[in-house]
Design a protein around this ligand. Structure first.
Ligand code: FAD
Ligand code: N01
Length: 541
């Protein structure tokens, strides 16, 4: 069954796919968005678990491409919850009349490049096919979940949910014995809210996490107005920054500061809330001693919060540098362990052996539960791309090409796969940044590139092998310069058994990265092959 020919197919209708549709349609292209879910919104459509909210401030974690949009939308809180983020994306879809080109409940299974026609052929699970000059993978970096594979799960007599597939109409946890497995960003947010709903909550923790207080609060009208009156400048600062928010990285090094200066700087950033703590000094991610000062500061806060000293001890992260696993941001997480209806279960000490019909059996106890929540994370960054059978020149498989680790040029493209664009792909700042800002930067780069190709009558663009090799080496070199290189995290695939251990995001900072991408384009798409039907030109360095 063929559904039609388009100039561009976009896979995914989250922040990336929606904006890509708007930009490419604005170039006069015929575009179709294919989305597996039953609604738009991506992350914010799927992740409806109790307590889900963003941890980049709403005024920054939002589109900047249209001034009217950013002036007319008013956020209720500093860090809004999932329903508000979802409403925002619905509003964007309506405001820019996006829905007519989005096809929901459409799961892409294969994408093949036809070299003769210079077109992508795209197949879906229901047997329909599409073809397009350009294929934009807006499939998300955290969209393929890590399924729980505990023995006995099928026999569990209660209900169980993965947080990233939370029922659309919610789950009633009142009066129930609930167990949650996982204490990453999701588990920490969910546990904090579930503690208020459940009769009893068991938190199954394998690795304690560093978590910082959001200091969330309503966003008063006058504060929102003040931000809007100077929005352009705020966005400019964010674009030039390291992680894509206007906060400034301090110029001082923690190792050169006195104990008192360090304590004061950490306390100030702690009170500011969110991820600010890591900007208190300029060496926290590059110097182990400096990092330990920040880590110990957070541990001291946990000790001061949790009344039971033995529980506080188990909650304190040790053995890895703060910030090298994704930092968590919470609203009263450590406080829940002072409640009578919350128990911490250390599954590093006594691992989960099986799920039984009645609950969870660890090495030393069986916990009886009515509901089990898995906050076990994602096959991050490569999971969604590799769940599609992508075939480039000569039928080359992306899965085979990336078997030993992902390889991209700028995180935007990969050699051998012409006219395939990846939004916030591995090799770009992506998950290390305010992702909406990084998404806008990528989508705008892609749209400008497509406009350039069409203006020049060129049929395809493809990263060269040399450019890709040198970018892959650069991404690894920058990671090795930081403490990230040595850590185990989903950033380097350590959470998925058998996944190659390669550090995936680019940690050079969004400001520097933007300059690199802009330079590549300004030099005629340096490192790419641009092809017309008659000739092939390699963009000169
Ligand atoms: P997604 O929102 O993941 O959308 C991808 C879409 O592609 C999905 O709808 C998916 O169904 C679809 N798709 C995938 N494969 C296929 C296929 N084969 N066929 C058809 N459709 C497919 N980032 C931040 O910067 N700040 C935050 O505070 C923040 N909070 C987060 C909270 C949670 C709970 C999670 C999980 C992530 C968070 N992130 C945050 C990261 C977040 O993923 C991004 O900010 C952003 O929403 C990603 O948008 P996207 O469109 O690129 O991907
Ligand atoms: O997933 P994770 P997440 N037995 O991989 C545990 C974004 N996000 O969904 O560390 C026992 O971080 C695992 O334990 P361990 C953000 O980028 C943002 O929480 O492997 N435990 C870990 O504790 C984030 O980083 C927000 O020992 C098992 C947890 O499950 C990313 O999404 C909110 C286990 C998984 O943590 C992913 O976060 C939510 C097992 N077999 C998400 N398997 C914001 O607020 C796994 N675990 C911005």
């Amino acid at each position: 069954m063929s559904e039609g020919r388009y100039d561009a197919i976009i896979v995914g209708a989250g922040f990336s796919g929606l904006y890509a549709l708007h930009r490419l349609r604005g170039l006069g292209l015929s575009v179709r968005v294919l989305e597996a879910g039953g609604g738009i919104g991506g992350t914010w459509y799927w992740n409806r678990y109790p307590g889900a909210r963003c941890d980049i401030e709403s005024v920054d974690y939002s589109y900047s491409f249209d001034d009217e949009l950013q002036q007319e939308w008013t956020w209720s809180e500093r860090y809004p919850a999932q329903p508000e983020l979802q409403r925002y994306l619905e509003h964007v879809a309506d405001r820019f009349d996006l829905r007519r080109d989005i096809q929901l409940d459409t799961h892409v299974t294969q994408a093949r490049y036809d070299e003769v026609a210079s077109r992508w052929l795209i197949d879906t699970q229901d047997g329909t096919s599409f073809s397009a000059c350009y294929c934009v993978m807006a499939t998300g970096m955290l969209s393929v979940l890590k399924r729980p594979d505990f023995p006995g799960l099928d026999d569990f007599e209660g209900e169980w949910f993965h947080t990233a597939r939370w029922p659309q109409d919610g789950a009633d946890l009142a009066g129930k014995r609930v167990g949650i497995v996982g204490t990453g960003s999701t588990g920490i947010q969910a546990a904090t809210t579930i503690a208020e709903q459940a009769e009893h909550l068991f938190v199954f923790q394998r690795t304690p996490n560093y978590s910082l207080p959001a200091q969330n609060r309503p966003l008063p009208g006058e504060e929102a107005e003040a931000i809007k009156s100077n929005y352009g400048e705020r966005r400019r600062q964010a674009r030039e920054s390291f992680i894509g928010v206007p906060s400034q990285l301090a110029e001082a090094a923690a190792v050169e500061a006195t104990e008192q200066e360090r304590a004061q700087a950490f306390e100030t950033r702690w009170q500011q809330g969110g991820l600010n703590l890591m900007s208190a000094f300029n060496d926290l991610l590059t110097n182990a001693e400096a990092n330990e000062h920040a880590a110990e500061f957070v541990r001291s806060k946990i000790r001061a919060t949790v009344k039971d000293a033995a529980v506080a001890e188990r909650l304190q992260p040790r053995g890895y540098a703060i910030g090298t696993k994704r930092l968590c941001v919470d609203t009263g997480y450590f406080e829940i362990f002072n409640r009578d209806n919350v128990s911490l279960v250390d599954v590093r000490e006594a691992p989960i052996k099986a799920i039984t019909p009645r609950g969870v059996r660890t090495a030393d106890t069986e916990y009886e539960l009515d509901v089990l929540v898995f906050a076990t994370g994602f096959d991050a960054m490569t999971g969604a791309l590799l769940s599609i059978d992508v075939r480039g020149r000569g039928g080359e498989s992306l899965r085979a090409k990336w078997a030993a680790g992902q390889r991209t040029y700028l995180g935007l493209a990969t050699a051998g796969f012409p006219n395939l664009f990846i939004v916030t792909g591995p090799g770009s700042p992506s998950v290390l940044s305010n992702m909406v800002l990084s998404i806008e930067q990528h989508v705008e780069w892609i749209a400008d590139c497509v406009a350039h190709l069409r203006a020049g009558g060129m049929t395809s663009i493809e990263a060269t092998q040399e450019a890709e090799d040198s970018w892959v080496a650069h991404v690894a070199q920058v990671a090795d310069y930081t403490l990230h290189g040595a850590a185990n995290s989903w950033y380097n695939g350590a959470n998925i058994p058998g996944k190659p251990r390669v550090y995936m995001p680019y940690i050079g900072g969004v400001g520097e990265y933007r300059k690199i991408c802009d330079g590549v384009a300004a030099r005629g798409y340096e490192g790419f092959l641009l092809e017309t039907t008659r000739e092939t030109t390699e963009a000169a360095a």
